[in-house]
Design a protein around this ligand. Structure first.
Ligand SMILES: Nc1nc2c(ncn2[C@@H]2O[C@H](COP(=O)(O)OP(=O)(O)OP(=O)(O)O)[C@@H](O)[C@H]2O)c(=O)[nH]1
Ligand SMILES: [Mg+2]
Length: 402
């Protein structure tokens, strides 16, 4: 499965606006197939410099898009139902919210940096609700949810495990398999939480501490401080940056949506992530549209550098989830696949992935018959590497079979 990004937060903070903006195609046509299975699931993109620039070639992508030397690589985005306090006990759309999150690789927690919605997402006096509170509350809900999954039938599980002499990490992984927790996640969380080695000695408090670490390793998070166009946002964003352990990206989802829509209609030239746009059809703009665009330029782009939506996605996938992009090719000199498509695919893999693991991801046969690989450089040099070579972000690599 690919990378799944979950958009979470209390009601009314702008999750659906963020989702709508991020899933509007950033480019004219998508040339890879995708179908929307669910209204709240869609395809968004992370963006990086395309290697075509460094190599001075013209690319012909298949699983992604290249516009002006920027490579747009698809990821799955989920608009999760608004979370209210007590969700883990089933309040609001509680369980649906949590179910939606099970397979998420990383979360974008959208908060209202205008401070104009209370803890349940109801409108309140602007600048009166501290978004740091919302971060704490979401952490608590997630922790309770995970602790709840762990503690179901706890005594029986512990007894059985000790009879069967099953390793602790295996027992815990099985319990948490439904939320996509790996053995590696469990081992890291065991390490970080410092709980007893023997499950029979775990107190209620140990279980919670462990649940908290699982959340930190398995559902890492970036904060999208949304509604950054509103007056008191600046102050709240500073506060968030000081108080929380996650990256904080100021966003204005509404502006991103307006820009992408205008670009889609050919009214402006705008690429997601950029700090400005260019009006293409001045005479087709209504006065209201012109005003809205001016507002976006002054209040959002000039103030924050961009709308932040693209930056939030990139930060989530690259910095927080620790993914990198690599480009496998078959033909070394042309940097193409067997059909002659230049730099056809961008693969999102975890940092630390070896070149052999990449081969397996491309095709089981390729993994099995792997012999060595060649990392190609723009200056024409090539580095022959063995199966344990850990891929680096941006690597263009040819896999050789025996
Ligand atoms: N000022 C401002 N308002 C925004 C921004 N993004 C969204 N909004 C407004 O916030 C309100 C809520 O937006 P939604 O996207 O529906 O919020 P949500 O989080 O999906 O809400 P639920 O689905 O109820 O959980 C709408 O009135 C949006 O227009 C923004 O960047 N700036
Ligand atoms: Mg919504």
């Amino acid at each position: 499965m690919g990378v799944q990004v979950g958009i979470v937060g209390k009601p009314n903070v702008g999750k659906s606006t963020f989702f709508a903006a991020a899933t509007l195609s950033p480019v004219e046509t998508g040339n890879y197939p995708f179908t929307t299975v669910d209204p709240n699931k869609g395809v968004a993109h992370v963006v990086d410099e395309c290697p075509c620039r460094r190599f001075g070639v013209e690319c012909d992508p298949r699983n992604s898009e290249c516009v002006d030397g920027r490579r747009f690589v698809p990821v799955e985005l989920i608009d999760v139902a608004g979370l209210v306090p007590g969700a883990h006990e089933g309040r609001g759309l509680g369980n649906q919210f949590l179910d939606d999150l099970r397979q998420a690789t990383v979360l974008i927690h959208v908060v209202d940096a205008a401070g104009a919605t209370d803890e349940e997402g109801r409108p309140c006096e602007p600048c009166s609700r501290d978004p740091v509170e919302d971060v704490r509350f979401l952490e608590r809900e997630l922790d309770e949810w995970i602790a709840g999954i762990l503690s179901r039938d706890w005594d029986r599980t512990v007894k059985r495990a000790s009879l069967e002499k099953k390793p602790v990490s295996e027992v815990l992984r099985e319990r948490l398999a439904g939320i996509g927790v790996s053995l590696e996640d469990v081992e890291r969380a065991l390490d970080e939480s410092g709980v007893p080695d023997n499950l029979e000695e775990w107190s209620e408090e140990d279980l919670r501490r462990f649940a908290r670490e699982i959340r930190r390793v398995n559902k890492p998070m970036v904060i999208a401080a949304n509604k950054a166009d509103v007056d008191c946002a600046e102050e709240y964003i500073e506060r968030l940056k000081r108080e929380v352990e996650y990256p904080v990206v100021p966003t204005c989802a509404e502006a991103e949506l307006a820009l992408r829509r205008a670009a889609e209609r050919g009214l402006i030239r705008y690429l997601p992530g950029e700090g400005d746009f260019e009006v293409l059809k001045e005479d087709e703009l209504s006065d209201r549209q012109r005003e809205a665009l001016e507002f976006i330029r002054e209040r959002v782009l000039e103030r924050w550098g961009s709308t932040g939506v693209q930056e939030a996605l990139n930060t989530a996938v690259f910095d927080v989830a620790g993914m990198i992009l690599v480009y496998p090719v078959e033909n070394e000199s042309k940097l193409s696949d067997s059909e002659g498509r230049v730099l056809p695919d961008a693969f999102l893999v975890r940092k630390g992935t070896t070149v052999r693991e990449l081969a397996y991801k491309i095709h089981t046969d390729l993994g099995q018959s792997f012999n060595r690989a060649v990392v190609l450089r723009p200056d024409g040099s090539r580095e022959v590497v063995g199966e344990d070579y850990e891929l680096e972000h941006g690597d263009v690599v040819k896999i050789q079979t025996s």
